[in-house]
Design a protein around this ligand. Structure first.
Ligand code: ATP
Ligand code: MG
Length: 352
């Protein structure tokens, strides 16, 4: 389960892009806190999720002047301590290059009118990874199927308020927000959301209601990410109005590629209609480098949409399916696998 995720020192070092031999120095300077936990029959050194989040938060704010506890000048306890503190300072400076202080695009959505391309899977993996990296994240499920909610291990969404209550019944948006893990909130979805199009169509300023509601809570978060329903719906249109970045998930198969021109045209039209300028990123998913067709589609995406195609490619991987099944982050399934690396890379690209 994501909330109970713990990291071994090795896993933490890999995530933070630091040398694992430096962890004792980080520990003695209070930059990271480890504990001992019995896992099976073995007593292991672990780092809890909240500690990792705290570390990345500190890294993002890292500035020696503001963090005298890791400043050699402030140690005053002899040359050895000062030396270790200076190593820590150096390490933190180096590591801080990899984490953006603030995401470049705070409000993002995962979108494709085509179904089954991996929107909900990648939204869930992205929000969990961003939350591990210490960002305060709000995830919004805009699909009546409620797959993002399930992926985040929320199984009682049918009993909870959704964005339907906010947009149609004037529920204050803060009342629709639930906490799913440290640093990660969610507005869940249930089947009721499938009936939102007609009542939403009858509302005044229908496409602006979502962005106006989000403005009220946006100050509580570093990142707001929505998973959408596979349609050109008014609800998705509302999220396009609210968003700064649209991540279009394209499976690397011919039909998914065929639908891309339509998706890009829909986004263009929305931008014109609502006078918005959106950053559009196409994320190739389910790539298999052993399949010629996968290679061809990736090549076509890159040549037809050179400005928009993401650098990251998400390979087809059983780990992602397993993470969906276990309703957790792929790091919980296999930290060292290709999928974990792909999601880590994608998260950094989408935050930068
Ligand atoms: N890179 C991948 N490798 C392996 N399986 C994947 C990958 N991406 C997604 N999947 C699997 O594909 C299935 C469909 O993914 P998902 O539900 O995320 O698609 P979607 O675009 O949200 O679908 P919908 O349009 O119905 O909302 C899931 O079972 C998921 O685990
Ligand atoms: Mg989905």
């Amino acid at each position: 389960m994501f909330q109970q995720l713990v990291f071994t020192p090795n896993e933490f070092a890999q995530l933070a892009k630091i040398d694992k031999s430096l962890i004792p120095a980080l520990e003695s300077n209070g930059a990271i806190h480890t504990e001992r936990k019995r896992i099976g029959n073995v007593d292991r050194k672990i780092i809890a999720l909240e500690e990792v989040q705290k570390f990345f938060k500190m890294l993002r704010e890292f500035d020696e002047a503001q963090h005298p506890e890791v400043n050699p000048e402030s140690m005053g306890a002899g040359a050895e301590a000062a030396g270790s503190a200076s190593i820590v300072s150096e390490v933190l400076h180096e590591a801080s290059k990899y984490v953006a202080a603030h995401p470049k695009h705070k409000i993002q959505m995962f979108y494709n009118v085509k179904g089954g391309t991996g929107k909900s899977t990648l939204t869930a993996q992205f929000v969990m990874m961003a939350s591990i990296l210490g960002y305060r994240v709000l995830a919004i499920d805009l699909d009546g199927q409620g797959h993002l909610s399930v992926n985040l291990d929320v199984l009682d969404a049918h009993e909870r308020p959704t964005i339907y209550d906010v947009l149609i019944n004037d529920l204050p948006i803060a009342d629709a927000v639930m906490n799913v893990a440290p640093g990660l909130d969610l507005i869940p979805a249930n089947l009721q959301l499938c009936n939102i199009e007609i009542p939403l169509n009858n509302k005044t300023r229908r496409e602006y209601r979502l962005s106006e509601a989000l403005e009220k809570i946006s100050g509580n978060y570093d990142l707001i990410v929505a998973d959408t329903n596979p349609a050109a719906s008014i609800l998705n249109g509302s999220m396009l109005v609210a968003s700064e970045r649209v991540n279009v998930i394209c499976a690397t198969n011919p039909l998914s590629f065929h639908g891309m021109s339509l998706v890009m045209a829909t986004i263009e039209e929305m931008q014109r209609e609502f006078r918005r300028t959106l950053d559009v990123k196409i994320i190739p998913n389910m790539y298999d480098n052993r399949e010629v067709i996968s290679q061809e589609v990736l090549g076509e995406l890159r040549s037809q949409f050179p400005e928009n195609c993401a650098k990251s490619v998400i390979n087809r991987s059983a780990d992602l399916n397993e993470a969906t099944k276990r309703r957790t982050t792929v790091l919980d399934v296999n930290t060292k696998g290709t999928a974990a690396g792909d999601i880590h890379g994608l998260t950094h690209e989408l935050l930068g």
